[in-house]
Design a protein around this ligand. Structure first.
Ligand code: ADP
Ligand code: MG
Length: 384
């Protein structure tokens, strides 16, 4: 009964005021790792229904049965995924709607954050057998496009970027660092590869190769640096005839972000943030914390310019955009502190309000002269 009560109380569906929407926040618990088991760790996280989560020192089943309730801190999220949740369920619950919205010309972004080893890359990229959100999103996108292909043309472009130590690199075509420039569409990375994707099959291999291009620490060459952020941007452009001669042009962008390890760098108050600034801590992650704090507090000025990551994500964070956060956590009591920190931050992220995503759509009026009309027609036919 108590649980039922909590389920009702724990509802996140507060009324949304006009023109504002809420960030959706999910938590994913990964299975206990072999290493953690061998180190004798106990589970300190218990998910009791689809959204309520307890972080507790007494999380094992016997204690739960004996106490009939859980001691510890209670959190509630839009969904809390237990360690049995598969990749498809995570994708469907967190990201499927954003893919639909991108097809309507609305921007969206999905962030994975959490400590190193908590399951961010597994959730985003996954493995060949168990592809993650990035791959499932593109697969779903192509399925949806095929279903509507009769009414116009869709083109899909992918770019895959790394931000490491305030340097932006192209993961699809590694080389010199990229320079960020501001143009009328916002901040763009000059010279970034826009890979035109035609099918799902090529994408997993492409992303895996890209992921191998992520920076590694000299001492641990086989492991991606815990300070590396990876951003996959999927741009979907739609063009169709509208009436006899007009053209509809719609562009939606989905950003899927595998953030650097959040250990030591997730601060929820300004004082802690400031004390961390001097230390050798991931600047982009700190800047992301600052932007989120400013957004939560409803500040006018959001310090996007403080880092490369926040510049790149400006239109995916506070702007008119659907935003989803997935916090990844380990069940082990050996990671209690990190898990607590991640959950605290996730809890705070629920407070962020963003503007409702609007469609990026323009109707191109038919040109006056007949020769220009013919040119436009030809262009459209070529795209088909
Ligand atoms: P991060 O990117 O946050 O540092 P990883 O995604 O690399 O962490 O996960 C660490 C390890 O745990 C990897 O070996 C990964 O395959 C495994 N892992 C993470 N999440 C899951 C999960 N939900 N199910 C099975 N294995 C997982
Ligand atoms: Mg990783």
């Amino acid at each position: 009964k108590k649980l039922q009560e909590m389920e009702e109380l724990g509802s996140c569906s507060e009324k949304e005021s006009l023109g504002e929407s809420r960030i959706l926040v999910f938590v994913r618990l990964r299975p206990m790792a072999k290493k953690e088991k061998e180190a004798g760790s106990r589970s300190c996280v218990k998910i009791v229904n689809r959204r309520d989560l307890y972080l507790t020192e007494f999380a094992n089943e016997n204690d739960y049965l004996r106490l009939k309730r859980l001691r510890g801190r209670h959190f509630t999220f839009d969904a809390s995924f237990p360690d049995t949740t598969n990749q498809q369920e995570v994708y469907s619950t967190t990201t499927a709607e954003l893919v639909e919205a991108v097809l309507q010309g609305r921007n969206g972004s999905v962030f994975c954050y959490g400590a190193t080893g908590a399951g961010k890359t597994y959730t985003m990229l996954g493995t060949v057998e168990n592809p993650g959100v990035m791959v499932l999103a593109i697969k779903d996108l192509f399925t949806k496009i095929r279903q509507r292909s009769c009414d116009g043309n869709h083109t899909v472009h992918l770019s895959y970027i790394e931000v490491y130590n305030e340097t932006v690199r192209d993961l699809l075509s590694p080389g010199r660092p990229l320079v960020l420039r501001e143009d009328k569409q916002g901040i763009v990375a000059a010279g970034l590869t826009q890979y035109r994707a035609y099918s799902t099959d090529e994408v997993m291999a492409l992303l895996q190769r890209g992921n191998q291009n992520r920076t590694t620490e000299p001492t641990r060459v086989n492991e991606t640096s815990s300070r590396s952020h990876a951003i996959l941007q999927v741009t979907v452009e739609y063009r169709a005839r509208d009436g006899a001669t007009n053209v509809v042009n719609r562009v939606g962008k989905l950003s899927l972000i595998d953030l650097a390890g959040s250990e030591r760098a997730l601060a929820t108050d300004q004082r802690t943030l400031r004390s961390l600034e001097g230390a050798n801590i991931n600047r982009s992650l700190l800047a992301l914390s600052s932007c989120i704090n400013a957004l939560v507090e409803g500040k006018k000025h959001i310090p996007y310019r403080n880092s490369k990551l926040t510049q790149l994500l400006k239109d995916s964070l506070g702007g008119a955009c659907n935003t989803v956060m997935i916090a990844n956590i380990s069940p082990s009591n050996l990671s209690f502190g990190e898990t607590q920190n991640t959950l605290h931050w996730a809890d705070r992220a629920k407070e962020i309000r963003t503007k409702v995503a609007e469609a990026n759509e323009e109707i191109i009026k038919a040109p006056e002269s007949e020769s220009d009309q013919a040119k436009l027609l030809l262009e459209l036919q070529k795209e088909n």
